[in-house]
Design a protein around this ligand. Structure first.
Ligand code: PMP
Length: 289
């Protein structure tokens, strides 16, 4: 495996950055997770745009243009001879000293691109659906660290993930400070009620997921009414269907939340339809190389 660091490719064992990099010392940086299906990089421009928006918000200057970064992603896939892959694009503040001051890292941002095969949830899970729980750790407040910034500081999500794992679950629903549904640790969440689709709005403290946006697009095209709406746990419990969306996981049906069976306890028909349409899109749309 060859890893891209600042314009050069290194073998995995030699792909190293400084211990003084503020990405390591403070989680000071931004990232994207991108998928490539059969030589089509799905929603690449959208991921690059979100990366630049995250960087802009934390006043981190990415040393490449959007076009150069797109080229670098494609180059990394080619060098690694991958046609199906998960791509991790990371931009850190770069090397500084032991203080927080980002000015010490000026002009030293580190750009890293790793392309690897993806380990998905087992196929079985997509057929049978997942059981998830709500956990005590609330999602970061947008007023403190906005979850729309896809930063390298994922401790908020990791704490929730640990709580889920400790309770014997794979994924956790994180609530906001008022107790409304925000999102999962690495995925957005949707419910279906009376053939209509609901998902929390961004202001509830969620990442603006690119898979989420894609699902909303597909729903619109298929005349499924959509609502970006505040959701309570109760509404989740009494929903007809529930599913999660994310670049790595794609669309995952959820059949149990906090011990409550959702709908008929199996992936619902709208979820299955969206999964099918999503799969079609990933096979036909994207930046080809
Ligand atoms: N929420 C969080 C916290 C995430 O980390 C992710 C995955 N990056 C998502 C939602 C889903 O976003 P996307 O569909 O863009 O992968």
């Amino acid at each position: 495996m060859k890893v891209y660091i600042n314009g050069k490719f290194y073998d995995k064992k030699d792909a190293k950055i400084s211990v003084f990099d503020h990405g390591l010392l403070y989680g000071d940086g931004v990232f994207e997770g991108i998928r490539c299906y059969n030589r089509l990089v799905f929603k690449l421009k959208e991921h690059i745009q979100r990366l630049f928006e995250s960087a802009h918000s934390i006043m981190l200057k990415i040393p490449l243009s959007k076009e150069e970064l797109i080229k670098a992603v494609i180059e990394t896939l080619k060098v690694n001879k991958l046609s199906d892959a998960y791509i991790r694009l990371v931009v850190t503040r770069g090397e500084g000293d032991l203080g927080l001051d980002p000015r010490k890292c000026e002009g030293k941002a580190t750009v890293i691109i790793i392309a690897d095969r993806i380990v998905l949830y087992p196929e079985e899970l997509y057929k049978k659906g997942m059981s998830i729980i709500t956990v005590p750790t609330i999602r970061n407040l947008p007023e403190a660290l906005n979850p729309q910034i896809k930063s390298l500081n994922y401790l908020n999500n990791i704490l929730a993930k640990i709580e889920a794992i400790n309770a014997g679950y794979e994924e956790a629903i994180m609530l906001d400070s008022l107790g409304y549904i925000a999102e999962c640790t690495g995925d957005n969440i949707f419910i279906v009620k009376n053939n209509q689709l609901y998902t929390p709005p961004q202001c509830m403290g969620t990442l603006r997921g690119i898979t989420r946006d894609t699902v909303l697009e597909i729903a619109k095209k298929n005349n499924i009414p959509i609502h970006e709406h505040v959701l309570t746990r109760h509404e989740l419990y009494i929903s007809d269907e529930c599913f999660l969306t994310g670049t790595a996981a794609e669309i995952v049906p959820v059949v149990k939340v906090d011990g409550r069976v959702i709908g008929e306890g199996k992936p619902g028909k709208i979820t299955l339809k969206l999964m099918k349409e999503f799969k079609k899109l990933t096979r036909t749309e994207g930046v080809r190389y």
